[in-house]
Design a protein around this ligand. Structure first.
Ligand SMILES: [Fe+2]
Ligand SMILES: [Fe+2]
Length: 307
C-alpha cells in the first residue's frame, strides 16, 4: 500500500482534472427555491405534532418514508464531522483543499433544503427531529477510514448510497414539492459520487494493491453514514422494508456498477500477493452478497404477489 504522501502526489493532476470537471458540470441552485413556503404556518409553542397536520399536497406518507426522511436529513446534519474526516485525509492545500471546501459548501445546502421542506409541510415531528439531531451531532459518531485508499472507496460508495436513498425517498413522498427537493439534493450527490468513483479508479492504476485491500475492507464493513442516529437500526429496518435501501439495492445499484463494472476489480493488473489475496476475498464476498440480494429480492416479490 502506497503511503499517503506518494499517493497524493501521484494523483495531483487527476485531482485537478476531476475538480475542473465537477465545477463545470455542477449548476448553481438555491435551497429556498425548492421549499413550498405557502404551506407553512406559525408554530404554536409546545404543540404536539400529529400526522394529520402534515400538508403534503394531498399525499400521505408511511411511517417507513418518515423514517427515511428523518435518517436522510440527520445524515446530512453530520457534515461538520465529514468535513473533519475528509480534510484530515485530503489536506487543505492545492486542488485537494479546494475540493474539500467546495464539496462542503454543496453538502451544506442539502440539510437546508430538506429541513425547510419538512418544516413547512410538517411531514415529520419537529421536536423528535431536533432531539435526534442534538443527540447524534453531540455524539459525533462517523465512519473514520483508516487510510487515504479507504477514504476514496468509502466516499465513492457512500455518495452513491446517499444519492439512491434521497432519490427513492423522493419518489415515495407523493408530493411533487418533496420529490423536487430530494431530486435536487440527489443531483449533487450524483456529481459527488462520480468525482470519488473516478478518483478511486485513478488510484487503482497507481496503487493496485493498496486499493484492492481498501475495497475489500470497505465492501466487508460498509455501513451507511446514518450510524449514530438514535434508533438507527429500527429506522434502517423500516427503510429496507419499504425497499428504499436494502441489501438488494446495495448489491445491484452500488457494488455491481461501481466495484465490478467501473473499478473492474476482476481485471485489475499489477497486484502482488497481498492484492491478489484481497481480490480473492472480495470476489467471495461479492458472490455471497449476490446470493443474499437475490434471496431478498425473491422474498419481496413473493410478498408483493397476491396469493
Ligand atoms: Fe449530501
Ligand atoms: Fe454528497
Amino acid at each position: 500500500m502506497l503511503d499517503a504522501q506518494t499517493l497524493h502526489d501521484s494523483l495531483d493532476a487527476t485531482f485537478e482534472e476531476l475538480l475542473e470537471r465537477h465545477l463545470s458540470a455542477s449548476k448553481e441552485w438555491f435551497p429556498h427555491e425548492h421549499v413550498p413556503y405557502g404551506r407553512g404556518r406559525d408554530p404554536i409553542s409546545g404543540e404536539e405534532w400529529s400526522e394529520a397536520d402534515a400538508d403534503l399536497a394531498g399525499a400521505t406518507i408511511s411511517d417507513e418514508v418518515r423514517s427515511s426522511l428523518l435518517v436522510n436529513l440527520l445524515t446530512e446534519d453530520k457534515l461538520p464531522y465529514y468535513f473533519r474526516t475528509v480534510e484530515g485525509l485530503f489536506g487543505a492545500d492545492r486542488a485537494w483543499g479546494e475540493w474539500v471546501r467546495r464539496w462542503t459548501a454543496e453538502e451544506g445546502r442539502h440539510a437546508m433544503a430538506i429541513y425547510g421542506y419538512l418544516m413547512v409541510t410538517r411531514a415529520i415531528d419537529p421536536h423528535h427531529l431536533e432531539r435526534c439531531r442534538m443527540a447524534q451531532v453531540s455524539k459525533g459518531e462517523t465512519p473514520a477510514p483508516e487510510s487515504l485508499q479507504h477514504g476514496f472507496v468509502y466516499l465513492a460508495l457512500q455518495e452513491l448510497a446517499t444519492r439512491i436513498a434521497h432519490r427513492s425517498t423522493g419518489r415515495m413522498i407523493g408530493d411533487p414539492a418533496g420529490y423536487d427537493v430530494m431530486m435536487r439534493v440527489a443531483g449533487d450527490e450524483n456529481l459527488h459520487q462520480l468525482f470519488y468513483r473516478d478518483l478511486a479508479a485513478a488510484a487503482i492504476e497507481v496503487d493496485p494493491d493498496g486499493m484492492m485491500v481498501a475495497i475489500e475492507d470497505q465492501v466487508r464493513n460498509f455501513a451507511m453514514p446514518g450510524t449514530g442516529i438514535p434508533g438507527f437500526l429500527e429506522h434502517a429496518k423500516k427503510i429496507a422494508s419499504a425497499g428504499i435501501y436494502d441489501l438488494t439495492v446495495h448489491h445491484e445499484q452500488i457494488l455491481v456498477p461501481v466495484v465490478m463494472r467501473t473499478w473492474d476489480v476482476e481485471n485489475v493488473e499489477g497486484l502482488t500477493e497481498v492484492g491478489e489475496e484481497a481480490r480473492e476475498k472480495l470476489m467471495k464476498r461479492m458472490a455471497q452478497s449476490e446470493r443474499v440480494a437475490n434471496r431478498l429480492a425473491r422474498r419481496r416479490e413473493e410478498s408483493l404477489t397476491p396469493a
